[in-house]
Design a protein around this ligand. Sequence first.
Ligand SMILES: [Fe+2]
Ligand SMILES: [Fe+2]
Length: 217
Amino acid sequence: MSCARAAVARPLWRLRTGARRPLSAYGRKIGVRFCSSRMTLDNINWAVVDRIIRVDHAGEYGANRIYAGQMAVLGRTSVGPVIQKMWDQEKDHLKKFNELMVAFRVRPTILMPFWNVVGFALGAGTALLGKEGAMACTVAVEESIAHHYNNQIRTLMEEDPEKYEELLQIIKKFRDEELEHHDIGLDHDAELAPAYALLKSIIQVGCSAAIYLSERF
Ligand SMILES: [Fe+2]
Ligand SMILES: [Fe+2]
């Protein structure tokens, strides 16, 4: 059975040994399968998985809105293609967490409408400071998200690295891509933004608050 037909045959995929729904059905760039681990819907730590998927979905949604705001201001400038490329990766990240939410029956945070507006405003607002401002925002946000993903990796490793192997692979891959975005921001003069250190600190306090709230609500 082809991957596409398998996806149609199992619209609500269940995690269990032998469940051969390829992860490629969730994201083009991940070539592993959720069939090798001992993770099933019955044996996962629901509190941990529920929190991780909800907050990561919210974070990737927020990142998408930030890049949308940046593109609205800087899309036609020389950094437009750079921002677009990062945004495209964020779209893949969000798509993956959308699909994991369905698979694990996790509800989104009630704060989604808020992150919609705040994310766009943050992206557009920093972009109005110039490309350096936009890149400073990228550095601040991506550093926070990478740190957040590292915390989740530690949590899952402490829980059971074998059981959560595939979820760990997804989070590690996304963590690495967020770090690439962080480095792209630095390479594009983020540190030349007005009041860079202060701007970065303020944005990172906001990210911490967003993570705290999205995990709980
Ligand atoms: Fe992302
Ligand atoms: Fe990112």
